[in-house]
Design a protein around this ligand. Structure first.
Ligand SMILES: CC(C)(COP(=O)(O)OP(=O)(O)OC[C@H]1O[C@@H](n2cnc3c(N)ncnc32)[C@H](O)[C@@H]1OP(=O)(O)O)[C@@H](O)C(=O)NCCC(=O)NCCS
Length: 89
């Protein structure tokens, strides 16, 4: 979790990551829920995440946990894969 750094401390960024060989056992959900608890303890008002458009598992995970797309961008000029910013609703 990246704690709030701007907009008066309102927004935290949460990214869950589990090693491939340990996925689909509920660990990602537990990690995510723990990060949410930390974010709320820091008085976060808005929770965001970022997922590569080429990562359907990550996008599905985020959407199933209530995130909706708010923007997409390329990291560097010439990149072809967009990064998608999502916000918890
Ligand atoms: C996204 C990510 C964190 C998910 O981790 P995970 O540990 O697999 O997450 P979960 O196990 O909680 O849930 C994933 C799937 O496994 C299923 N699952 C959970 N426990 C299960 C079990 N015991 N048996 C079978 N399936 C199970 C969930 O229902 C879910 O299924 P679905 O995607 O088909 O709906 C992981 O894929 C990852 O690290 N990806 C790369 C980083 C990334 O994209 N992060 C997302 C940004 S928020």
């Amino acid at each position: 979790m990246r704690p709030p750094t701007d907009d008066n401390g309102a927004t935290s960024t949460v990214i869950a990551r589990v090693l491939p060989e340990h996925r689909r056992r509920g660990l990602g959900t537990r990690l995510y829920e723990r990060a949410l608890e930390t974010a709320h303890a820091l008085d976060t008002q808005v929770i965001e995440t970022v997922v590569a458009a080429s990562n359907p598992d990550g996008l599905r995970f985020a959407e199933q946990h209530g995130f909706v797309e708010i923007e997409r961008h390329l990291l560097r000029e010439g990149d072809t894969v967009h990064w998608i910013g999502l916000r918890l609703t």
